[in-house]
Ligand binder design. Structure first.
Ligand code: RP5
Length: 164
């Protein structure tokens, strides 16, 4: 967790998701977006999920990012319990490389949306960037941090490959 008050809540279905989802937290921290991370499983700790998602908005969170694998019910279940935007990051798994988790997150019934990102580290990083973009709509400091991130990213791409 970083020092400023959390506006993004990262929830992960298992400690085993942290190796990927730490990229999400690190990206938010780099942008100066206050965040917190909790291990919450839709299946193993359903009451913890209810408590967290039901109170998220009142606690000042603006966006929830949920990383989960296998049945990957976490983002959809969280979305059912909060009016906040929920972003889902599917974890790569033994079955179908995580495609199962991705499809589970995408196939939400109409009326309860989850914004699903891609698999792996890129998905975790992009979830943070998308959350920051949502926060930036009403936070000029985060908007400027995002602009700086984009500029740095662009400047880091060489025009030609090495040795060319
Ligand atoms: C999901 O089951 C978690 O999000 C994780 O990706 C997957 C496996 O969990 P562990 O058995 O490694 O705890 O709920």
């Amino acid at each position: 967790m970083n020092s400023s008050a959390p506006v993004v809540g990262i929830i992960i279905g298992s400690q085993s998701d942290w190796d990927v989802m730490r990229h999400c937290q690190e990206t938010l921290e780099k942008l100066g977006v206050g965040c917190e991370t909790r291990i919450i499983s839709a299946h193993r700790t359903p009451r913890r999920l209810d408590e967290y998602a039901s109170n998220a908005k009142t606690r000042g969170l603006k966006v929830i990012i949920a990383g989960a694998g296998m049945a990957a019910a976490l983002p959809g279940s969280a979305a059912a319990l909060t009016p906040l935007p929920v972003l889902g990051v599917p974890m790569e798994g033994k079955m179908m490389g995580g495609l199962d988790a991705m499809l589970a997150m995408i196939q939400m019934p109409g009326g309860v949306p989850v914004g699903t990102l891609g698999l792996g580290n890129a998905g975790a990083k992009n979830a943070a960037l998308l959350a920051a973009a949502i926060i930036a709509l009403s936070d000029e400091t985060v908007a400027q941090a995002l602009d700086a991130f984009r500029e740095e990213q662009t400047n880091a791409v060489p025009e030609t490959p090495p040795g060319d």
